[in-house]
Design a protein around this ligand. Structure first.
Ligand SMILES: Cc1ncc(COP(=O)(O)O)c(C=O)c1O
Length: 426
C-alpha cells in the first residue's frame, strides 16, 4: 500500500486533532536512515523530536529490550519493583547536576512535568507556578496551562488550572532581554501573585517547540537567586534539551546552576516510553508514599532501554559528538545564509540543538512561515525529514541523532541547500 493510501485510511480512523507532519509511513529505520512503505529512503533530521538521540534501533538497545521482554514486561513498579528500575534511578541520580538526587519515574514528558509541579507544591504548600511565554511543557491540562503557545496546544481546550502565570521568555532575537524578563517577573510579584504563594518556576534552558531559543547566559542563575530569596522551587524542563543533545548531558550544566528539580523524557530511553523527575532529596521526598507513581511508571522495557542508552552515550562520547555536530551544522547553515542573504534571520543553538529562523528581507519582525513550511515539505520529498517550530512557525529545527555518520550529516545539508534554493526561487 502507498503512503497516500495509508494517509487516507488514517484520516478515516484517527481523530482529526492527531495530525502528522509528513504523510510518510515508516517501514523501518536504522540510526539516521528511515525507509517508508514505498521503499524510499530518508535522512531523519528530527530524531522523532529529539527522542532517538542514540539513533533508530540502536542494536544495543534492541538487544536489551529483547532480553527484558523475554523475562517479563510488566509487574507494576509500585507492586513488585525490579533491579533495573533501581539501577536506572541510581545512574540518573549520578548524572543530573544535583547533589544527593532522588528520582521518580512516569511514562511521558507531560507526566514528568505534572509530577514536578506536584512535588513542588507538596514541598512548599503553595499553589502558584510561573512559566514562560513560548514554553512547551506537554498536552495534559496542567501542562497546557504552563505552555506559552496558544495554537495549536491550548486553542479550545480551556479552562486551565488556576494559579499559573507567564513571564516573557528572554529571547533576544524577539526583542526580549534577560532584564526585560526579570522586570516582568518582578511585576508579576507586584501585581499578580505574592512570591510567598509561588511553589515553582519552570523553564526550558533551551526552548524547544517555542523556537530553539537558548536562555541568555546567567539568566538561570538569576532565577536561582530569585527562587532562593522567596523559597520557590526551580524546575528545569530538559525533556527536549537533555541527554547529551546540547553538548553536555544537560543544557543547564553550562550555567553552573543547581536546579531543585529536572524533568526528563524523550531521549532517556531511545524511543521506549519512560520519563522521570530527578531532584534534591529534600524536595523529591516531600510527597507521601503512594502519592507518586503510575501503572506503567518505570516500565521494565523503558528501564532496560534507559540503561543501554546511558552506556551508549558514555561509550560513544555522544556529548562531545553533539558539540561537533552542532559546529558542523552551524557552519553549513551559515554558508547557506551567505549564499542566499535576507532569508535566514538568525542561526542559533546549543550543541546539536540547532535552528535557523526564516524571515523576509533579514527583518526579525517579519517571520516567513510560508518558506518554513515549504522547505520542510519539499525537503521531505527530496529525502530529508526536517521539522519546524517557533511561536511564529518560522523556525527550522535540526535534531539529528547524535550517532549520525558525518557523511549523512553533510548529505542532509546538501539536500537542504538544494531545496532552499528551489523554494526561494519558486
Ligand atoms: C520541553 C518539553 N517538555 C514537555 C514535553 C512533553 O513531553 P511528552 O510529549 O512526552 O508528553 C515536551 C515534548 O515535546 C517538551 O519538548
Amino acid at each position: 500500500m502507498t503512503n497516500a493510501a495509508w494517509q487516507e485510511r488514517k484520516a478515516n480512523a484517527f481523530a482529526r486533532g492527531m495530525g502528522n507532519i509528513f504523510p510518510i509511513y515508516v517501514e523501518r529505520a536504522l540510526n539516521t536512515e528511515v525507509w517508508d512503505v514505498e521503499g524510499k529512503r530518508y535522512l531523519d533530521f528530527g530524531a522523532g523530536i529529539a527522542v532517538v538521540n542514540t539513533g533508530h534501533s540502536h542494536p544495543e538497545i534492541v538487544a536489551a529490550v529483547k532480553e527484558q521482554v523475554e523475562r517479563f514486561s510488566h509487574t507494576c513498579v509500585m507492586v513488585n519493583p525490579y533491579p533495573s528500575a533501581v539501577e536506572l534511578a541510581e545512574r540518573i541520580n549520578a548524572i543530573v547536576p544535583i547533589e544527593n538526587a532522588r528520582t521518580m519515574f512516569c511514562s511521558t514528558g507531560a507526566e514528568a512535568v505534572e509530577n514536578a509541579i506536584k512535588i513542588a507544591r507538596s514541598k512548599t504548600g503553595r499553589p502558584g507556578v510561573i512559566a514562560f511565554s513560548g514554553g512547551f511543557h506537554g498536552r495534559t491540562n496542567l501542562c497546557m496551562g504552563l505552555t506559552g503557545k496558544v495554537i495549536p496546544y491550548k486553542k479550545g481546550f480551556g479552562p486551565f488550572t488556576p494559579e499559573i502565570y507567564h513571564a516573557p521568555f528572554p529571547a533576544e532575537y524577539l526583542g526580549v532581554s534577560a532584564e526585560d524578563s526579570l522586570h516582568a517577573l518582578e511585576a508579576l510579584f507586584k501585581y499578580d501573585i505574592d512570591p510567598a504563594r509561588v511553589a515553582a518556576i519552570i523553564i526550558e534552558p533551551v526552548q524547544g517547540e517555542g523556537g530553539f531559543y537558548p536562555v541568555p547566559r546567567g539568566f538561570i542563575g538569576q532565577l536561582r537567586q530569585l527562587c532562593d530569596q522567596h523559597g520557590i522551587v526551580l524546575i528545569v524542563d530538559e525533556i527536549q534539551s537533555g541527554y547529551g543533545r546540547t553538548g553536555t548531558m544537560f543544557a543547564v550544566e553550562t550555567e553552573g546552576v543547581e536546579p531543585d528539580l529536572i524533568t526528563l523524557a524523550k531521549g532517556i530511553a531511545g524511543g521506549y516510553p519512560i520519563a522521570a523527575v530527578s531532584g534534591k532529596a529534600e524536595v523529591m521526598n516531600a510527597p507521601d508514599p503512594g502519592g507518586l507513581g503510575g501503572t506503567y511508571a518505570a516500565s521494565p522495557l523503558g528501564c532496560a532501554a534507559g540503561l543501554a542508552v546511558l552506556d551508549i552515550i558514555e561509550r560513544e562520547s555522544l556529548c562531545q559528538r553533539a558539540a561537533e555536530i552542532g559546529e558542523r551544522l552551524q557552519a553549513g547553515l551559515h554558508a547557506l545564509s551567505d549564499k542566499h542573504p535576507g532569508h535566514i534571520g538568525d542561526i542559533r543553538g546549543k550543541g546539536a540543538m540547532v535552528a535557523m529562523e526564516l524571515v523576509h528581507d533579514g527583518d526579525a519582525t517579519r517571520p516567513d512561515a510560508e518558506l518554513t513550511a515549504s522547505l520542510s515539505k519539499q525537503a521531505s520529498e527530496a529525502g530529508l525529514l526536517i521539522i519546524s517550530c517557533g511561536v511564529r512557525a518560522n523556525v527550522i529545527r535540526i535534531l539529528v541523532p547524535l550517532t549520525i555518520p558525518f557523511e549523512q550529516l553533510d548529505e542532509g545539508l546538501e539536500i537542504l541547500g538544494q531545496v532552499f534554493e528551489a523554494c526561494i526561487k519558486a
